[in-house]
Design a protein. Structure first.
Length: 467
């Protein structure tokens, strides 16, 4: 909120090039509020502000900015300002920035790092994309098991500044292998002469550096920790991931899933930053697949062309039938994909889900069938009383029955297909989010048409569809 209040004042000072007043104005402003001000400024103005900010403040404020704006600002900063900002950033945030920068800009940025920070950056960038190694920070506090509590507290005072967190401390041996994690409260309350290795610790939970981001999120959800250690293949500790890092990962994962549910590939950049060609590539493939699915719908309708010619009234309810089945399938797909993502259900629960959706789909279908039946009857009643200009003919009750029975079948089948498809994809090793709502709706459209005209052929065979 403070950022919005200071923004007009800062813009005026920038316009006047009153750098000294601008520096003074920022002295008592929190880095998060500074970032809020910078978000609405053009990159060149933001770059000017970073030149006057103290290096420690600049680094922290820079971390709060969106990644796309960070990328723009990096390309406007001079070497000295870039060096100050990058060296003050947390290693995990800096790694994510490097992933987004053009190759030549990344090279320039790496050249500005100190020897120690460069070694850290190269280590982090060496891990596969979207793994725990890319999201971790090596800024943690490690203790030896042979230390006394007094020695450990002295070490924290001496070396703890700048660590990502001090709430959790890590006990490692001479080979850097992780032995335990220790809460700071346990250390503070311990006998000063007690050995760190003898203090009570929690169950040790660690994340492999090669773990996927889904595994990282699920581990934090399961164990409810503020930070978790990251280890290499030999059990040596290489970094930690904190809760704020996981929030970023979870937001990124949720964005990808939402985009996939919408019927497109996940975007790898903010919407306004992605090129037109890349946007076409991400959306065009799925649209082509859905078009082919739509052709199956047209084929199914062509199969029942004679029925449509003999009973044109059936065409009036075709969109209603198709939409109801598609909506039912999309609802079920969304629910199951989210439940799988949250691990509320497992792959082996498919039959429980099938039974549940069978019951839910049938009840929902009956409810919609009742609405559909009443709608047809009410329309015909209004027509016969001169309120409406057209009705459904003398066999309107049979038409209403056809629509109702079809709705039960279509909604039921839609729920079953929508709920089972994510399980099939997971079994095949694919992302369940690929079972997008448009994709499910397209499949259900074809089955809906078949169900509708099959029911019509049975109920109306001696009336509207009589030869």
């Amino acid at each position: 909120m403070l950022g919005h209040l200071l923004k007009p004042e800062c813009e005026e000072l920038i316009r006047k090039k009153d750098w000294e007043s601008l520096r003074i104005a920022f002295e008592e402003v929190d880095p998060a509020d500074i970032a809020e001000i910078l978000e609405d400024l053009p990159p060149e103005d933001s770059g000017l502000i970073f030149r006057i900010l103290p290096r420690n403040v600049a680094g922290v404020a820079f971390e709060y900015l969106p990644i796309d704006q960070q990328t723009e600002i990096v390309q406007t900063l001079g070497s000295e300002q870039l060096k100050n900002v990058l060296n003050e950033m947390a290693p995990d945030d800096r790694t994510r920035l490097f992933e987004e920068l053009p190759a030549e800009v990344t090279k320039r940025a790496l050249e500005q790092l100190s020897a120690d920070e460069l070694r850290v950056a190269r280590t982090l960038l060496g891990y596969p994309e979207d793994t725990a190694g890319r999201y971790m920070t090596p800024e943690y506090m490690a203790l030896r098991p042979t230390m006394t509590a007094r020695e450990a507290i002295d070490a924290i005072r001496k070396y703890g500044k700048g660590r990502e967190t001090l709430n959790v401390l890590y006990i490692i041996d001479d080979r850097s292998e992780l032995r335990a994690d220790l809460r700071l409260s346990e250390l503070v309350m311990a006998d000063p002469d007690a050995k760190v290795g003898d203090l009570p610790t929690r169950q040790l939970v660690a994340i492999p550096a090669t773990a996927s981001k889904d595994e990282v999120i699920s581990t934090f959800e399961k164990y409810d920790r503020v930070a978790l250690p990251v280890t290499d293949s030999k059990g040596a500790m290489v970094g930690i991931i904190t809760a704020d890092d996981v929030l970023d990962v979870a937001a990124e994962q949720a964005t990808e899933d939402i985009q996939k549910l919408g019927g497109l590939e996940a975007l790898e950049a903010p919407y306004m930053e992605i090129s037109t060609f890349e946007m076409l590539r991400k959306r065009g493939g799925w649209l082509a697949i859905l078009l082919l699915g739509g052709m199956l719908t047209a084929t199914a309708m062509g199969t029942f062309q004679n029925e449509l010619l003999r009973a044109e009234v059936l065409a009036l309810f075709l969109p209603l039938i198709i939409a109801s089945g598609g909506n039912s399938g999309s609802q079920a797909t969304s629910l199951i994909i989210r439940a799988l993502a949250l691990r509320e259900i497992q792959l082996g629960d498919w039959w429980k889900v099938a039974l549940r959706e069978l019951r839910s789909g049938a009840l929902l279908g009956v409810g919609l069938a009742a609405i559909g039946f009443l709608r047809v009857v009410a329309w015909e009643w209004l027509h016969r009383h001169g309120v409406l200009s057209h009705g459904y003919g003398e066999h309107y009750l049979l038409v209403a029955l056809t629509v109702s029975v079809s709705l039960v079948g279509v909604v039921l089948i839609g729920a079953m297909i929508g709920s089972m498809l994510p399980f099939v994809l997971r079994r095949l090793g694919l992302d369940p989010a690929a079972a997008s709502a448009p994709f499910v709706a397209t499949i259900v459209d074809v089955t809906g048409i078949v169900i509708y005209f099959t029911v019509a052929a049975f109920i109306l065979k001696t009336t509207l569809l009589a030869k």
